[in-house]
Design a protein around this ligand. Structure first.
Ligand code: ATP
Length: 240
C-alpha cells in the first residue's frame, strides 16, 4: 500500500547534558504516509524531530533517510537531502517580509524555475500570503504565521516535512484549517508528513499511523484508527 521506507529511526538515544531525553526511539515512516508522534509534555517529541534534522546530536542508534545514514550530518545537508522542519513556535522572522521569509526557505536551491513553481504553489495554498508578500512577518496573526512557517519549509521542496506542534496556541477553527492544509500538502504535493502533536485527537484523525512516546521511549504503535479506539490512549491522551 505505502512506498518504501522514507525514514527509519533505529534505537535512537539523545541527551542534553545529563538529561537523557531519548532512551530508545525506533520508528519507520513510509513514502506517502502521514505519521504522528503523540506524547505528554517532555516525553521527547521535539527532541525526536531535532535529532532527525540534525539539530540535536544522537548518542546512539541510526537514522536512515531512504536507506542512507544521516546521523551526524549538518542540518543544511539534511535539508538539501529533502527533509524540512517547521519548528515549534514557528520562528518566522518578524522583521522580514513574507516574501523574504519564503526566500529563506529556498536559499539552498539553485533551480530558479522550480523555486518559482513552488512559490506559486504556496501562494495558491495560502492566497493571503500573496496579498501580503510585502508585509512584515510579525504583523501576521499566530495562525497566519504558522501558515508562513509551513510555506517556508515547503520552499525547500521537502520529500519529508517535519511539523512540531502546528496547533499550538491556535483557535479550533484555525487548527482545522491548518490540518486540512497538511492533508492537501500530503496528497497534492506528494509530501510525506511526520507530525508531532500534543493535540492527539486532531493528529490521529489526520494521520495514517501513530506512535506513542513516553519518557523517551516508544511504547505503542498502531494505525491511527486503532489508537483512537485504544482505551489506554483514550485515557492518557484523548481525555475520554
Ligand atoms: P513538549 O510537548 O513540552 O514540547 P516534548 O515531548 O517535545 O515536550 P522535549 O522537548 O523533546 O519533549 O523534551 C524531552 C526532555 O528533554 C524533557 O525532559 C526536557 O525537559 C528535556 N529538554 C529539552 N530541551 C532541553 C534543553 N535544551 N536542555 C536540557 N533539557 C532539555
Amino acid at each position: 500500500m505505502w512506498g518504501d521506507a522514507m525514514l527509519e529511526l533505529r534505537n535512537i538515544q539523545a541527551s542534553y547534558g545529563n538529561v537523557q531525553a531519548l532512551r530508545d526511539v525506533s520508528l519507520t515512516i513510509h513514502a506517502g504516509e502521514i505519521i504522528t508522534l503523540i506524547g505528554a509534555n517532555g516525553a521527547g517529541k521535539s527532541t525526536t524531530l531535532m535529532a532527525i534534522s540534525g539539530i540535536v546530536a544522537c548518542r546512539g542508534g541510526q537514522i536512515l533517510l531512504q536507506g542512507r545514514e544521516i546521523q551526524g550530518l549538518a542540518p543544511d545537508r539534511i535539508v538539501a537531502m529533502g527533509v524540512s522542519q517547521v519548528p515549534e513556535g514557528r520562528h518566522i522572522f518578524a522583521e522580514l517580509t513574507v516574501q523574504e521569509n519564503l526566500d529563506l526557505g529556498s536559499f539552498l536551491r539553485t533551480d530558479k524555475a522550480g523555486i518559482r513553481r513552488d512559490l506559486d504553489y504556496v501562494y495558491s495554498l495560502f492566497p493571503f500570503l500573496a496579498e501580503r508578500r510585502h508585509q512584515s512577518g510579525g504583523t501576521l496573526s499566530g495562525g497566519e504565521q504558522q501558515m508562513l512557517a509551513i510555506s517556508r519549509a515547503l520552499m525547500a521542496r521537502p520529500q519529508l516535512l517535519l511539523l512540531d506542534e502546528p496547533s499550538m496556541g491556535l483557535a479550533p477553527l484555525m487548527i482545522k484549517q491548518i490540518f486540512a492544509i497538511i492533508k492537501t500538502i500530503n496528497k497534492e504535493h506528494n509530501t510525506t508528513i511526520f507530525l508531532v502533536e500534543q493535540n492527539a485527537h486532531q493528529a490521529l484523525h489526520l494521520a495514517d499511523r501513530g506512535y506513542v512516546i513516553e519518557n523517551g521511549r516508544i511504547i505503542l504503535t498502531d494505525s491511527a484508527e486503532r489508537l483512537l479506539d485504544n482505551p489506554e490512549v483514550q485515557k492518557a491522551y484523548l481525555g475520554i
